[in-house]
Design a protein around this ligand. Sequence first.
Ligand SMILES: *Cc1c(COP(=O)(O)O)cnc(C)c1O
Length: 384
Amino acid sequence: MRLKRKIQKSQIHLMSSVKETVLEINLAHLTHNYTVLKSKLRNTTKFLAVVKASGYGSDAIQVAKHLEKLGVDYLAVAYVGEGIALRKVGIQTPILVLHPQVVNFESLIEYRLEPSLYSERVLQQFIAVVTNSKQTAYPIHLKCNTGLNRLGFGTSQMEAVARLISKTKTIRVQGVFSHLAASEALEERAFTMQQITDFKTIVAQVIPILGDTPIVHQCNTSGIFNYPEAHFDMVRSGIGLYGFGNDSKYDLELRPIATLKSILSQIHTLESGETLGYNRGFTAIKTTKTATIPIGHADGIGRQYGHQKGFVTLHGKRAYIIGNVCMDMMMIDVTDIDCNEGDEVIIFGEEIKATTLAESVGTISYELMTSISPRIKRTFVGKI
Ligand SMILES: *Cc1c(COP(=O)(O)O)cnc(C)c1O
């Protein structure tokens, strides 16, 4: 009887803990974040969800399917291949491709993706490809550079571009947009306000020339929070959907959708003077209990997190990463933590957020999350 109870207990233990490294995606949190972000907008403002870079390292397909069910107006990816992957699983929502390459224009058209056209060169090439494919009024988004100086027609070029497009039947301006350079940096408010003013001026200039009423859009997540006057017809949100607001105040309203979990593969005890890992990156100065975790720099936890900079959470306690992070595994100091092989560790999630871990090595949540390799299994909870 007692043995039976013991087995049942250990089975429950097995079921509740992870058996390998996983990135758990909480779709209920995605719904929550979408709802919070939408609540900042006027009822008529459209919502574009940015799902580039595998949905910021989560899973672009599951995230896009979920958002499509919730009624999102637009999706955006960076490159054509990312858009094709979404179409291939049946996503019907319009998809903006932020940085398409000319070599992919034919497949972009084949999969009904909408390009951002940002220079004379790509505009001319796109018109040529559309003409060749015998399409008319193909929807495009005109990108205007108002100060980020990354992609976009200069403000002084926009009028001529609009005139050129108004004379062709091949393409139709579905959107006119720009991107804020420092929407999360409140000390750059004057610069951002100038970007918004310049964009408004350009929009007022080009709309009468185009004759159409394009969707006007300028804000990313931080723009949604900090610049309601710039929401225009649509906003483009990425990081906010994944649970981060680039500001501790806004972080409180959002919930990280991704939790990176792993397990303790093996525990070792080092005596004072013994060393750990490649190039003997850590030397024990007293008896030290260490644990090896199956995740390494090939999975997105780079070597910069080693040598006690980064940490994981084990039974609610912080355990620092020691020595050099290896390709497929890393070691943590568990000297003061009561733990066993097979126990679960959290690398980031709701309590220790990706922002906190990223900041421990001087980077941002965007980089940490988008680095999590495809080799790590994605699991899903909270489906609607
Ligand atoms: C990535 C990207 C976004 C999303 O930005 P977040 O800060 O993640 O909300 C919006 N617009 C453009 C042009 C982008 O490249």
